[in-house]
Design a protein around this ligand. Structure first.
Ligand code: MSP
Length: 559
């Protein structure tokens, strides 16, 4: 049911492509026939290992991880294939290595490892980490090149225009400006310095895909989220001719990259190389790609929409392959309301943040503040602290309150009851409100996630926890003034709130959710979304534990 498992309307487009071989035909029919149970394939951009990872990189990883983990619990048994990695070729890396006086491969080895560590530290559940310097990737890229060349979609031409090493991007005259304060012209869109290039290179006939791309985006409303990116792209495709794309650089200029097959004097353009990584990640060009391809969700930053929404789809259409179901393009994190940059010195370090506040606190903050993807959001240690306190209090402290000795003692003196038996009684007042919100939670979370509204999904969970905390304070079940039966009702209801919200929170704060479900004695097989239903299962033997790493839960407002 989730994430466009239906055949996307691109099917007629690729079926109408020239079917050049029985193997390709078999591949396409496999995709069509098995798309109902197709493994879930999700990707992040692959990161440039020219500098240490920053918060923006962690954001792409956490966003993708939330969807990967959510799919695992909403469709247990469905294979989740999750790719991330490093984008190691190109001028940017060549220059970074030269500036440090080391070989590019040495730089890449060291920094790629930091990205791998970042994923491990942040509990990212990727199943593949791919480096574009791996042999299997080179094989895939060469295969794509040869395929396009065989169809006469690649030709030798000349390029005269601007190039930004920092963006690894070609720009036309109309896309650059000469700021009065600087001697170097810059890209209007990114502000990055550009330099003039006039050279011979190979070009891909991108222009011949303009109509098909326009038709595709017009017919597929879910192809890009948020939809403003799609609307902008449609407008561009209507208004401006799509130029052919330079896909190589002369070797004397760019030596750090994959040589053009059959012409050692040219090196492939880094984006042609990098975009193919999503194919390498499913074993392309071998046959088994059929069941995994295409990606269900590709998480990307807003700055790289063009590459993923035009260049990659054109390459895929050319090869007769289906396009990704959805590009999820997130906005950026700023710091002190400015773009993060090494020269300003405002780059937030994700390792520091996780060491200070804990992994789940950082993930929670990213999803809660950055989970709407539309607007840039500002990274603020004060806000992070505030959100970390919020979840520690609503979940951690709530758990401490109901597992306190005082509460346990009070409950023990009431007649024993299970939550399911409790459901026979009608709950009123704040407890009744909590119960009805809890009943709606599962559906709400699923609906939001289906629509890529991560922030709203998390809001819905937080709202229930807030209500439950409020109800607990209001009924004060630990108080000797209240009958033990009332304590029993609050206790059982609170445990059910923790069981259901704990299941729903797994994609967002995996470690704390895991600690909580363990502490509630919830068996592993009962942690999927279909168990996040009121009364569907009982909690087991409850143990008092610490849910979050780092700071202690705030023990306030309880017994
Ligand atoms: N190597 C290319 C991607 C190739 S994918 C085939 C690249 N790498 S990057 O390291 O510069 O950026 C990787 C991702 O991090 C991009 O999606 C980018 O948008 C994201 N971020 C970089 N800075 C960011 C912020 N300040 N905030 C949020 N995300 C940002 O582009």
């Amino acid at each position: 049911m989730l994430f466009c498992r239906k055949i996307p309307t691109v099917a007629p487009i690729y079926i109408s492509c020239r079917l050049r071989s029985p193997a390709l035909y078999r591949f396409l029919t496999t995709v069509i026939n098995t798309s109902a149970s197709k493994p879930f394939y999700i990707t992040t951009p692959i990161f440039y290992p020219n500098a240490a990872p920053h918060i923006g990189h962690l954001y792409s990883l956490v966003t993708a991880d939330i969807f990967a983990r959510f799919t695992r619990i909403s469709e247990p048994g469905r294979l989740v294939h999750f790719l991330t990695g490093t984008d190691e070729h190109g001028l940017k890396i060549q220059k970074a290595a030269k500036d440090r006086g080391i070989e590019p491969s040495v730089l890449c080895d060291a920094l790629s490892e930091q990205f791998r560590r970042l994923g491990a530290r942040a509990n990212i559940s990727n199943t593949v980490f791919l480096r574009t310097t791996e042999a299997r990737h080179r094989e895939a890229v060469e295969h794509v090149w040869r395929d396009l060349a065989a169809q006469d979609l690649i030709y030798k031409g000349t390029y005269s225009g601007w190039y930004s090493i920092s963006d690894e991007c070609f720009y036309t005259d109309s896309q650059i400006t000469h700021p009065p304060s600087s001697l170097t012209p810059v890209s209007i869109e990114t502000g990055s310095a550009v330099e003039w290039s006039s050279e011979s290179n190979y070009k891909f006939r991108l222009s011949s895909f303009q109509k098909r791309l326009l038709d595709y985006y017009t017919a597929n409303p879910k192809s890009i989220y948020p939809s403003s990116h799609r609307e902008k792209l449609i407008q561009t495709l209507k208004d401006e001719p799509l130029d052919d794309l330079s896909i190589s650089r002369p070797r004397e200029r760019l030596s750090w990259g994959i040589p053009v097959p059959g012409d050692m004097s040219h090196t492939m353009y880094v984006w042609f190389d990098a975009l193919t990584v999503y194919l390498t990640g499913v074993g392309f060009p071998a046959k088994q790609q059929g069941s995994l391809w295409p990606p269900n969700i590709q998480v990307i930053g807003k700055d790289i929409v063009r590459f993923h929404a035009l260049y990659l789809p054109a390459m895929l259409l050319a090869m007769g392959m289906p396009l990704s179901h959805t590009l999820l393009a997130h906005a950026h994190w700023t710091a002190q309301q400015r773009k993060m940059s090494k020269s300003i010195g405002n780059v937030a370090d994700p390792f520091d943040a996780m060491d200070t506040w804990g992994v789940d606190a950082v993930r929670f903050y990213m999803a809660r503040v950055g989970g709407r993807f539309r607007d840039d959001v500002d990274w603020s240690p004060e806000q992070l602290e505030k959100h970390a306190d919020e979840i520690r209090s609503l979940l951690g402290n709530f758990f401490l309150r109901i597992t306190s000795k005082k509460m346990q003692k009070r409950v023990a003196s009431a007649p024993q009851l299970t939550f399911v038996q409790l459901l026979d009684q009608s709950l009123d007042g704040p407890n009744g409100d909590v119960l009805s919100s809890l009943r709606n939670l599962n559906g709400k979370v699923e609906q939001c996630m289906e629509k890529f509204e991560v922030g709203d999904a998390l809001d819905a969970i937080i709202l229930v926890l807030r209500e439950a905390n409020g109800a607990l304070t209001h009924t004060a079940p630990w108080s000797m003034q209240n009958p033990p039966e009332a304590a029993q009702v609050s206790y059982l209801l609170s445990l059910e709130v923790l069981r259901v919200t704990g299941i729903c929170l797994q994609p967002f704060i995996p470690e704390a959710a895991h600690n909580l479900l363990d502490a509630l004695g919830v068996p592993k097989l009962e942690r999927s979304m279909d168990f996040a239903v009121v009364g569907k299962a009982n909690v087991g033997e409850v143990k008092g534990v610490k849910l979050f790493e780092g700071k202690r839960e705030i023990a306030s407002g309880g017994p």
